[in-house]
Design a protein around this ligand. Structure first.
Ligand SMILES: Cc1ncc(COP(=O)(O)O)c(C=O)c1O
Length: 445
């Protein structure tokens, strides 16, 4: 096996014998708390009995058929997602197997939609000379990760795109981040930030050349960052002004992670295209692109020119349906909100006591304790230091070695992203251990 984003010579994965709830049991007798929820894939905890039962039952009838056929779980899941996601229900859903594949499908779909619009709408008759006959540019943001396939990587501002440059896919333009210590804009300067994106759109050719804006509503793997107040609503208005699509990537934040089914619900924003993955399939690889009525309609009489093997996997869809039922019936969204509020308050207390914490950010059960750099107001790591080991990795190692708590340590801070089924008792213990690790971080370094 190759470990992702790592030199391989010291790769020594921990041997696992079983998993349950928030816990991973190892063959050498350890019981490890997963404070990253298998990278947000197991929001409902490991091996939830309702999902396991749904998978077992589904295996008795249909596991997979192509989309020339329909199976009940796949059809029901598309209906369910159309119903629970923001906006009217007349959407269409495309299923795939990973977040990156969903990002590819979303971008492909967005460009095809614009292509159809150009053919059918005189307003879009391009000014000559044009390099390309229809809009293709996508505005993304620097602090973003959208996946490891070529187009998804090209859409990512994250330094991981540098591995493939200069051979990234053309057509992606990066805007500054919404706020926070990495942004050139003041957190409060939403209007200035939006005006700058407006300027980028105009300079890139406006509606004649630009398809849309691709965002993560809450930044995740570039250090958890909430959008400043009013930002997403104004971005929606900006997209409407230019007739651009707002493409929202909720691969990490959907399925209750932030206390609502979708993070964009916190901001009252309706995307034109919504991407989800990770926790959707519970324990099966499953992702989805939800096209709003406006976009989906364009494929009624035009080709949806996209496709992949294993799209609409019935077994994964059955798991997803059971997982959504679990979130709703077990009141896990309410639990996540209440627990998240408490976690936020505790983290604030911890942050005030420890000089090595620059700030905390999060919502629901999606938090990060951002670790301070040498200058407390600057982040611990600059973009150009992505692969340099720093104190965050040491703190994470300490948590694993001393307290059997797993949280990957290669980022900007300590991820506090437990399974949504975490109990108050478990969370109190986790935060006690996090505080201990922060207290000892001088010695750790
Ligand atoms: C917002 C976002 N989009 C897309 C992806 C890629 O998903 P996958 O790893 O399933 O391809 C990720 C992965 O972390 C993500 O966080």
């Amino acid at each position: 096996m190759l470990q992702c984003w790592a030199k391989q010579q010291n790769y020594k994965p921990i041997e696992v014998s079983s998993t349950d709830g928030c816990w991973i049991y190892t063959t050498d007798g350890r019981k490890i708390f997963d404070l990253r929820s298998a990278h947000e894939c197991i929001n409902i905890g490991f091996r939830h009995p309702r999902v396991l039962q749904a998978i077992q039952e589904q295996m008795q009838s249909v596991v997979y058929v192509t989309d020339d056929f329909a199976s009940p779980p796949t059809a029901k899941l598309a209906q369910k997602l159309a119903h629970i996601s923001p906006g009217n229900e007349n959407k269409k859903v495309y299923f795939c197997q990973s977040g990156a594949a969903a990002v590819e499908a979303a971008i492909h779909g967005a460009r095809l939609y614009k292509y159809n619009q150009v053919l059918q709408n005189e307003r879009y008759t391009p000014d000559a000379p044009q390099q390309y006959p229809y809009p293709y540019k996508i505005i993304s943001r620097y602090r973003s990760w959208h996946g490891a396939t070529n187009v998804a990587t090209s859409a990512s501002g994250d330094p991981r795109r540098w591995f493939t440059e200069p051979l990234t896919a053309p057509g992606f333009i990066f805007a500054p981040d919404a706020g926070g210590p990495h942004s050139p804009f003041d957190t409060e300067s939403v209007d200035e930030n939006i005006a700058y994106i407006d300027y980028i759109i105009e300079q890139e050719g406006g509606s004649n050349a630009v398809v849309g804006v691709l965002i993560k509503p809450i930044v995740g793997s570039n250090g958890i960052m909430l959008p400043p107040s009013g930002y997403l609503g104004k971005l929606r208005e900006l997209c409407d002004k230019w007739d651009l699509l707002l493409i929202v990537d909720e691969t990490m934040t959907a399925m209750g992670r932030t206390g609502k089914m979708f993070a964009c619900e916190h901001y009252g924003v309706e995307p034109d295209i919504l991407i989800m993955g990770k926790a959707l399939g519970a324990y099966c690889p499953l992702a989805a692109v939800i096209f709003s009525e406006k976009v989906a309609q364009s494929f009624d009489t035009n080709y949806f020119g996209h496709g992949q093997s294993y799209s609409g996997h019935a077994l994964a869809a059955a798991a997803a349906l059971a997982s959504i039922d679990t979130l709703i019936e077990d009141k896990l969204l309410e639990h996540t909100q209440a627990m998240g509020d408490w976690v936020g308050r505790r983290l604030l207390e911890i942050a005030e006591k420890h000089a090595n914490v620059s700030h905390i950010q999060g919502i629901g059960l999606f938090w990060m304790v951002h670790i301070a750099g040498k200058d407390k107001n600057k982040p611990v790591r600059r973009a150009t230091e992505k692969y340099q080991e720093n104190i965050v990795a040491s703190i994470s190692r300490y948590l694993l070695d001393q307290h059997n708590i797993y949280t990957p340590g290669d980022k900007f801070g300590i991820w506090i992203v437990p399974p949504l089924v975490v109990t108050q008792e478990e969370m109190s213990w986790v935060l006690f251990c996090v505080e201990d690790a922060l207290e000892n971080s001088d010695q750790i370094e």
